[in-house]
Ligand binder design. Structure first.
Ligand SMILES: Cc1cc2nc3c(=O)[nH]c(=O)nc-3n(C[C@H](O)[C@H](O)[C@H](O)COP(=O)(O)OP(=O)(O)OC[C@H]3O[C@@H](n4cnc5c(N)ncnc54)[C@H](O)[C@@H]3O)c2cc1C
Ligand code: FES
Length: 343
């Protein structure tokens, strides 16, 4: 039996089947819910249950971003309805008019950028386009029903070819397949665009972008878009990796820094060689040190952080402590998918 979910404060409502999550049902009906990983890891989908009964089978602790949220705080990507519901959620205007599509794509190019990073260019079928916002991601749909998320690295103006940067995960089923078996001209199935990590174009605050590893991918999309749209605020990128060889497209931000007077690039290595003369340590600590040295306040920036979950959480905690308001912190944590098939 289907139930109805009523949304506060918008007054919208939609039907939900007992076997689908609140988030899946909302997206199916075209509601622009906030979300990231869809596996209970990032906290982007958290909202309030005001009335009704849930089937809720996650025992994940609430992430630090939700520390001060009241009772009834719920991962909408994990909860199913057991009655009619009234919930509170902030719908996101900017993603409202985007259509989520499921499409076959042709692997046009497979290019190894580092020992553990592969770049793919995926070509959409003739006459198909994917409208997305700079920073969003797609899911690759595996044959057995599982899905794997990867951020789009190209800017939205290029909407017929998707660039992905894929890090090989030790023991990873899908990334292992990409490295060892996938060939150019193979066909994959994708679904997207997804996510609410995207450039807020109506803000004029300076941009501070922090990437960890292949978290560089959506940041590249954001910066290329900002440059081509001639956004006038200052921008800076801190890219944190282990060693020099992990800066797999280092020449690109170097080139941006030469071409754009208001752009600064700071690579940060946690395990540098003796020759390294640049910033070192954890990337979020390097950001704080750099701002202090320049006499700048974190609270002045729109901050975008993307990469491993531990890095995103550490950055959130440290930046909040130094006065950054939560409303100006945007993030995508590269969570693993839950092990069970999620359709
Ligand atoms: C929104 C989003 C965007 C992303 N974008 C990118 C991107 O642009 N580039 C990129 O490289 N990656 C990105 N990721 C991460 C990427 O989706 C994963 O690396 C990928 O799903 C791994 O798939 P796999 O099948 O190879 O690994 P899996 O087979 O799923 O797991 C790999 C290994 O990790 C272990 N593992 C599984 N779950 C966990 C866990 N919770 N904690 C610790 N270890 C675990 C497994 O036991 C296994 O050994 C993104 C993730 C999200 C959520
Ligand atoms: S925790 Fe629900 S989308 Fe990430």
């Amino acid at each position: 039996m289907a139930f109805t979910v009523y949304l506060e404060p918008s007054g919208h409502y939609f039907d939900i089947e007992p076997d689908e999550t609140i988030l899946d049902a909302a997206l199916r009906h075209g509601h622009a819910f906030p979300y990231g990983c869809r596996s209970g890891g990032c906290g982007a989908c958290l909202g309030q249950l005001l009335e009704g009964e849930l089937n809720y089978d996650t025992n994940r602790p609430l992430p630090p971003t939700a520390r001060n949220m009241p009772r009834g705080t719920t991962f909408f990507c994990q909860a199913r309805a057991a009655s009619d519901l009234i919930i509170e959620v902030k719908e996101i205007g900017a993603v409202k008019n985007l259509t989520v599509k499921t499409l076959p794509v042709l692997v046009q190019t497979k290019e190894q950028l580092a020992d553990d990073v592969m770049r793919l260019y995926l070509k959409l079928p003739k006459d198909e386009h994917l409208r997305f916002l700079a920073g969003q991601y797609i899911d690759i749909l595996m044959k057995d029903g599982r899905r794997r998320s990867f951020s789009i690295a190209n800017m939205p103006r290029i909407d017929h070819l998707l660039e992905l940067h894929i890090r090989h995960v030790e023991g990873g089923d899908f990334t292992g397949y990409i490295f060892d078996q996938l060939r150019e001209k193979d066909v994959l199935r994708i679904e997207g665009p997804h996510g609410n990590f995207f450039l807020r174009e109506n803000s004029t605050r300076p941009l501070l972008l922090v990437a960890g590893g292949t978290g560089f991918a959506p940041v590249k999309s954001i910066l290329e878009h900002a440059f081509v749209e001639e956004m006038s605020q200052s921008m800076r990128l801190y890219w944190g990796v282990r060693g020099e060889a992990d800066l797999y497209l280092d020449s690109l931000p170097q080139q941006w820094a030469q071409e754009h007077a208001d752009f600064r690039y700071v690579p940060v290595l946690s395990e540098p060689s003796r020759r390294w003369r640049g910033a070192r340590g954890y990337v979020h600590e390097a950001v704080i040190a750099d701002l202090a040295a320049r006499g700048e306040e974190l609270s002045a920036f729109d901050v975008y952080v993307c990469g491993p979950p531990a890095m995103v959480r550490a950055a959130f905690a440290a930046f909040r402590e130094r006065g950054l308001e939560e409303a100006h912190f945007y993030s995508d944590a590269f969570e693993f998918q839950a092990p069970k098939a999620d359709g």
